[in-house]
Design a protein around this ligand. Sequence first.
Ligand code: OAD
Length: 227
Amino acid sequence: MATLTGAGISAESGVPTFRGPGGLWRNFRPEDLATPEAFARNPNLVWEWYDWRRSLIAKAEPNAGHRALAELESRKAGKFWLITQNVDGLHDRAGNRRIVKLHGDIWTVCCVGCGAEKRNVQVPLAPLPPRCECGGMLRPGVVWFGEMLPAKALEQAYAIAQRAEVFLVLGTSSVVYPAAALPRIAFDHGARVIEINLEPTELSSLAHISLRGKVGELLPQILTGAR
Ligand code: OAD
C-alpha cells in the first residue's frame, strides 16, 4: 500500500496550496521565486520568500490527515510507503518514517559551492542569504522549476508505484510531472487507485474511487471503518 500526497493535505494545517483559491501561484510568479535563474538573479528575494514560508510552516501543526497516514504506517508494519510532493516536513512531524520526498525539504539547505547538504530549522534565517562554512551561498533544499527530481527518490517512487496493491492520492491537483505519473503507473500495474480531493482533478476519471472532501475528514473516517 502506498500514497502520494500534495499540498492539499497540509491546507488544513494552514499551509497554502499552489493552485487553488489563495494558492501561492495565484499571488507569486514561479519564475521570480522558484527557478535556478531567479536564485542566480536575486538570491535575497528568493530567500525572503522561502524564509516567509518556513516561518509559516514552523507555526503549523500536523492535522488529522497527516496523523491518519502515520497510523496507517504503523498498522501496515513495513508495508506502507508515503511519497510526497510536499516540502513542509509535516509528515515527519506526524510520525511517518517511510517517506519519499520528491521535491526536497524546506528544512534542508544545500551549498551551491561545495554541495554540502544539511538540516537547518532556524526561523527566521539571518543573515540572508545564509552561508556555508566553506563561504559558499546556501540555497533551499527544494526542487525548482526546470530542475531534475532527486534521482534516488524518483527511482524509489516508481518502484513503490509498480508494487502497490492500493495507491491513495491525497490532496494533489495531479498536474505536475513526474509525480502525477505515479498513480497512473500504479493503475497500469494493477493497483486500486483511490483519490481524495476537494474537487475533480486530471486523475479523477482514471481512479477506481474518487472522493470529494477534505483529507483530514475523510481519511480518518475510512481508517475507522477499516478497523
Ligand atoms: P496544488 O496546489 O496544485 O493542488 C492542491 C490540491 O489539493 C488541489 O487539487 C485542491 O483541490 C486540493 N485540496 C486543497 N485542500 C484540500 C483538502 N483539505 N483536502 C483534500 N484536497 C484538498 O498542489 P500540488 O498538487 O501539491 O512543486 O502541487 C504539485 C507541485 O506544484 C508542488 O509540489 C510544487 C508546485 O509547483 C514544486 O515546488 C516543485
